[in-house]
Ligand binder design. Structure first.
Ligand SMILES: O=C(O)CCC(=O)C(=O)O
Length: 365
């Protein structure tokens, strides 16, 4: 048992603790990877002796003869991690009344504190808008590289979003686009999308964003059966052009093992539900309609103009994006986009936090 800050007791399982030994016999100290296969530990392992080595540090002797020291603080921190928690800021769900948008002045060489605050906005709200990003073509890739590795696709490392007569995707026309997640036909789906406005000479083409997690939670609360149907129906998404044929299946609302929201997969231009029984299909169509009508409702959606030099980076597994239609006769509208994997900003956030903690400890020493 360890005592938590609030005085309550935290039971610690011997095998769980044995797997966390970080002495040189248990792990490679450089890579911090385990040297022993933990499945070989005695399943009936016990703690034979426990003593306090110094304030907050315990010396443990296990029944297999191994001895190790642990910081109580570190063990309690690890114990507090819920099974679905990744120790980054939790999503703060929002709706159409969000108010001030998370905007930041872009700088190619931000301070650690600036970068940290950009990441906090992104991780909590699912998006951040940078202003003043140079409009030289390709700059979106430079911005992306600050947060993660570009996920190249059949559209290339970046894609141009502008109205063209030979469009291979409705995004490359001037029609309005309802809220959707990008590329649900890929496995894995691109985690994060960046869209950088180089030029917008039209009066339309407003960008839209919806917090898919907020809508999903509203559905769970108000229409639990519909929510359940959308978590259990595998929908097939498909993209085909002359050189590419991609398909992937996913439920519109994907949950993790604890039942928490994991991902939204939604693109009404591309979804194909398998031919289930009439009863199952009707339940799905009713549920999709409820979900989609909320995704399109102003109560949940925000609209804003991306002007030349603005760049929006958003979580493609949580937020849905779209745009209003525009008249290409009014002038040019040209965005460049790219994808990065979902884990880049989370890794960067942890590294910055660790560095800040280390330098705070150094300063106080
Ligand atoms: O034109 C826009 O603002 C958005 C385009 C879009 O939805 C996309 O590229 O996926």
């Amino acid at each position: 048992m360890l005592e938590r800050a609030d005085g309550s007791q935290q039971p610690i399982h011997p095998l769980w603790l044995r797997e966390r030994c970080h002495d040189a016999a248990s792990m490679d100290l450089k890579t911090r990877q385990r040297l022993q296969d933990p499945s070989d530990f005695d399943p009936d392992l016990k703690i034979r002796a426990l003593s306090q080595a110094s304030p907050g540090v315990y010396h443990v002797e296990f029944s297999d003869g191994h001895q190790a020291s642990f910081s109580a603080e570190e063990i309690l921190e690890e114990a507090a991690l819920a099974s679905n928690s990744d120790d980054c800021p939790a999503p703060r769900l929002w709706d159409g009344a969000l108010g001030a948008l998370p905007r930041a002045r872009w700088r190619p060489d931000p301070s650690a504190a600036e970068l940290f605050s950009w990441l906090e906005s992104f991780l909590t709200l699912g998006f951040v808008i940078f202003e003043g990003v140079p409009t030289a073509p390709g700059t979106v890739l430079k911005v992306a590289s600050m947060f993660g590795f570009t996920r190249e696709t059949n559209f290339g490392a970046l894609f141009d979003v502008r109205s063209t007569p030979d469009a291979t995707d409705l995004a490359y026309t001037s029609v309005s686009l309802d809220p959707h997640t990008d590329n649900p036909y890929r496995a894995p789906v691109p985690g994060i999308q960046l869209l950088h406005c180089l030029v917008n000479e039209t009066s339309g083409g407003l960008s839209t964003l919806v917090d898919g997690f907020a809508v999903a939670e509203a559905l769970r609360a108000g229409h639990p059966q519909a929510f359940e149907v959308l978590t259990r129906t595998p929908v097939r998404f498909r993209y085909v052009d002359a050189d590419t044929e991609l398909t992937a299946s996913a439920p519109p609302i994907e949950l993790d093992v604890t039942g928490a929201l994991k991902s939204v997969h939604f693109s009404p231009r591309l979804d194909l539900v398998p031919l289930f029984s009439a009863e199952r299909l009707e339940a799905y169509f009713r549920a999709r309609r409820l979900f989609d009508h909320r995704l399109r409702a102003p109560d949940f959606q925000i609209r804003f103009l991306l002007k030349s030099g603005d760049l929006v980076m958003f979580d493609n597994c949580r937020l849905l994006h779209g745009r209003t239609g525009f008249d290409p006769g009014e002038g040019l509208r040209h965005l460049q986009g790219c994808y990065i994997d979902a884990d880049g900003p989370r890794s960067l956030y942890r590294v910055l936090r660790r560095r800040a903690q280390t330098s705070a400890v150094r300063r106080s020493a």
